[in-house]
Design a protein around this ligand. Structure first.
Ligand code: 3HC
Length: 300
């Protein structure tokens, strides 16, 4: 089926390794959405206007929805979201490295929307054509909503960049801090990506990490010019022959540190996540009790 570019559905037979790879990636994706609510949630009460507050609230709420969508897609593979969350809380499943960086100013809301959600779109639009039906279909709506996320971020930065010199400096500082971690979102270089070959053979991944990273850089450079902001890469140059923007070396030691828990905010993000999960236990219990009552009534 995969070789014929057909969709695999939950009731189809699938190799156990294919199922496990999907659970691994979809769980990492779902966890990223949920943890990704924290950096921006940090600024909801400090948004500079009611309009910005409403937009940011809508975005953070979208991310929660994306997480629930993706946990539902993972559950079609026979796992339970409670089990996946336990693995996340125990540090045995990952979430995207990008969310282990702090959001220091309001301009970070713009940089996250423009760069992080922009990178997510480049990384995830191809997944709308991945071989596993539920994951591919979840991506259609998620990518549409990510487009709103990216546009609102671009607008925040454009407003600041064309504001006072202090606002321009704040926007530039945020882009300087978020640019390289956004490139790391696409994963390690292809020659150090243990999962890519198999994920591409199974059409879970349609393009390699480096291909999508390059696509993102080619998209972001002209947008930075339109914003009137620079990118913090002195090696950035246009390669006329190749038709691509060549960029400087990525700090893969920093990437490895963040992945092994030694990023600026890893401990804080996980502590907050575990506390939110524990504080929300009563809601889950109440919803379960209500569902059981409803089911008992339906049987009576
Ligand atoms: N952060 C954390 N872990 C990462 C990572 C990153 N940026 N990049 C790679 N890794 C991990 C992989 O999960 C893998 O570890 P594992 O085997 O323990 O799972 C290891 O590093 C090796 O990387 P590979 O390239 O071999 O792994 P993959 O083939 O899984 O590729 C990926 C990594 C490109 C992130 C791929 O998993 C993917 O496309 N995932 C779906 C998209 C996704 O998760 N995006 C998260 C972005 S945040 C987001 O979408 C929220 C939005 O609102 C901004």
């Amino acid at each position: 089926m995969v070789a014929a570019d057909e969709r695999v559905e939950p009731r189809d037979w699938m190799p156990e390794a294919y199922r496990r790879t999907l659970v691994r990636q979809i769980a990492q994706h779902a966890h990223s959405e949920i943890i990704g609510m924290q950096p921006e949630g940090n600024w909801v009460t400090r948004a500079p206007s009611l309009r910005r507050k409403a937009i940011l609230l809508a975005k953070v709420q979208d991310e929660a929805g994306h997480g629930l969508y993706l946990y539902s897609a993972a559950e079609t593979l026979g796992v339970d979201r409670a089990e996946l969350l336990d693995l996340l809380h125990a540090g045995r499943q990952k979430y995207s490295s990008i969310f282990n960086y702090p959001t220091l100013t309001w301009a970070d809301m713009g940089a996250i929307g423009w760069l992080v959600d922009g990178a997510a779109i480049v990384n995830q639009v191809p997944i709308t054509r991945c071989s596993y039906g539920p994951y591919a279909r979840a991506m259609v709506r998620i990518c549409k909503e990510e487009s709103f996320h990216q546009r609102q971020g671009f607008e925040v930065l454009h407003h600041l960049s064309h504001g006072t010199p202090e606002q321009h400096a704040m926007a530039q500082d945020a882009v300087d801090r978020w640019w390289w971690p956004s490139l790391m979102m696409f994963g390690p270089p292809d020659d150090r990506s243990p999962n890519s070959a198999r994920s591409m053979a199974w059409r879970i991944k349609r393009f390699s990490n480096d291909e999508l990273r390059q696509r993102f850089v080619d998209m972001a450079v002209p947008q930075a010019q339109a914003l009137g902001l620079t990118l913090p890469d002195p090696d950035l140059r246009w390669d006329e022959e190749a038709g691509h923007w060549r960029y400087g070396p990525i700090d893969w030691d920093e990437f490895a540190r963040v992945l092994t828990g030694d990023g600026p905010c890893n401990a804080q993000r996980l502590e907050h996540r575990v506390r939110a999960h524990e504080d929300g236990a009563w809601v889950r219990e109440a919803a379960t009790a209500y569902a059981q009552k409803q089911a008992a009534r339906a049987r009576a």
